[in-house]
Ligand binder design. Structure first.
Ligand code: DOR
Ligand code: ZN
Length: 476
């Protein structure tokens, strides 16, 4: 191969911004070529570029990696599909999503995975697909891995889609099968039998008010499930991830498991950080989500867990439903969950503006930690030479108001309606390509997103001055 002659040429240089990592904020320009970051530094150190963009006054963050979204297709495309869901992600500064398997059919076989990979082709942003770990699909686990799942999901408690929760025996065998491959197993950690009995008793007593949902799922539901999963992970060496941590009580289990050397990570979501019990009175059935939003002392504990590192990351559990499915009289009839992928960054940046979180902590929680946990680091989750140019340019001063009508999802109803704050993503780039620019979706970028298991980083000829720290990494 011929060595490239003359000065290197970048496709784009972002000029005059502040580059944020999980540890530092520094003034630096960022050069992008072939979808990768090829230089970070002073203006003089930048290569010549085809295009430049002045981002002075703005911050350059690694795009958020949302490890928990439901894009509903196949099966429930009227709630969301890959085009609408990833458009919402792009608008929210999210450059990679991990999509859940509770579609219809569920992503439980290699055939279902192939189908979903095809349906995902209009994606604006990169994605990992979860494979299902269930009672009756253990014989499909190896094929799902070969077929390209990025991680597994196990529903220990039932939720939307009503996938039956596997027995502890099936979970153990699933963990044994997956552990040698190193893929992480994410857990909907709520114990089905506790919830089913409580709900039955509440219904028998005539309860169908919003707070009955919380009463049917006390924190022990989650504590028992997290504890059991941690023991199975310790026994098998499987890597696990606790989805949507909703209670302060789960944190002790997480801390103790981490201290014992279990490879366990955990996430919480904006709704657990920003709402408490009062939301049932204010919002009624709209706030119904699994696990439930809880009492104030849990919320306080979760903020503490974010700061001390017990909780590794923020995800959204983006779970679109129609307004008619959410706003109902009888709480047991309300679909659980709501959209979140488009609003997470704004909501959390507004908390940064209020001083509840540092900007570096936000980058750690939204990008660097999920990249590490799901095997994407350092290709993703960091603004550094050799990484994918997955970038959210944010304006920390720009005010926002969340309005359903502005969202890009299909099922848009959100408990965050009308919330205001400061801190807005203004441009989103995925592997160097704008998918959102000046707060507008770049429609031509539809289909640019790729499965993170398919992005092969082939060695490319690189001018010596750009190549020092270039890494060629196959994701996951
Ligand atoms: O509230 C929820 N909704 N929790 C989940 O775990 C699933 C989600 C959904 O798919 O609607
Ligand atoms: Zn979920």
């Amino acid at each position: 191969m011929m060595a490239q002659q003359g000065p290197a040429r970048a496709d784009l240089v972002l000029k005059g911004g502040k580059v944020v990592s999980d540890r530092t904020i520094r003034e630096a320009d960022v050069a992008i070529a072939n979808g990768l970051i090829v230089a970070v530094g002073t203006p003089e150190s930048m290569p010549a570029a085809v295009g430049t963009l002045d981002v002075s006054g703005k911050h350059i963050l690694p795009g958020a990696i949302d490890a928990h979204v439901h894009f509903r297709t196949p099966g429930y495309s009227y709630k969301e599909d890959w085009e609408s869901g990833t458009a919402a992600a792009a608008m929210g500064g999210v450059t990679t999503v991990f999509e859940m398997p509770n579609t219809h059919p569920p992503t439980a076989t290699a055939e279902a995975l192939r189908q979903k990979l095809e349906l995902a082709s209009p994606a604006y942003v990169d994605y990992g697909l979860y494979g299902l770990l269930a009672e009756d699909n253990l014989e499909h686990i190896e094929d799902l891995i070969t077929g390209g799942v990025a991680a597994f999901k196990c529903f220990m408690g039932n939720t939307f889609g009503n996938l039956p929760s596997p027995s502890t025996g099936a979970m153990l065998e699933g963990f044994e099968l997956i552990a040698p491959h190193g893929l992480r197993i994410s857990l909907h950690a709520e114990t089905a039998s506790i919830m089913a009995r409580r709900q039955k008793r509440l219904e028998a007593a005539g309860r169908c008010d919003p707070l009955a949902h919380l009463a049917s799922r006390p924190a022990i539901v989650a504590v028992e499930a997290v504890s059991r999963a941690a023991i199975l992970a310790e026994w098998t060496g499987a890597r696990i991830h606790v989805l949507h941590i909703s209670s302060a009580d789960e944190l002790r289990v997480l801390r103790e498991a981490k201290a014992r050397g279990v490879d366990i990570t955990g996430e919480t979501c904006p709704h657990y950080l920003l709402f408490d019990e009062q939301a049932y009175r204010d919002l009624g059935s709209l706030i119904r989500v699994n696990p439930p939003v809880r009492e104030k002392f849990h919320q306080i504990g979760l903020w503490q867990g974010l700061k001390d590192g017990t909780i590794d990351m923020i995800a959204t559990d983006h779970a679109p439903h129609s307004t008619e499915e959410k706003i109902v009289e009888n709480i047991w009839k309300a679909d659980c969950g709501f959209v979140g992928v488009e609003t997470q960054m704004m909501l959390m940046l507004s908390q940064v503006a209020l001083g509840r979180l540092s900007l570096c902590d936000y980058v750690r929680l939204s990008a660097t930690a999920p990249a590490r946990a799901f095997g994407l680091y350092p290709s993703k989750g960091i603004i550094e030479v050799g990484a994918d140019a997955d970038i959210a340019v944010v304006d920390l001063d720009r005010p926002f108001e969340i309005r359903e009508a502005d969202l890009h999802s299909k099922g848009r109803v959100t408990p965050f309606e009308g919330m205001t704050g400061r801190g807005t993503p203004v441009h989103t780039l995925v592997r160097g390509r704008f998918v959102m620019r000046d707060r507008e979706l770049v429609r031509e970028a539809k289909g640019h997103g790729m499965s993170v298991r398919r992005i092969q980083r082939m060695p490319r000829p690189q001018p010596a001055n750009l190549a020092q720290t270039m890494k060629h990494i196959v994701s996951v």
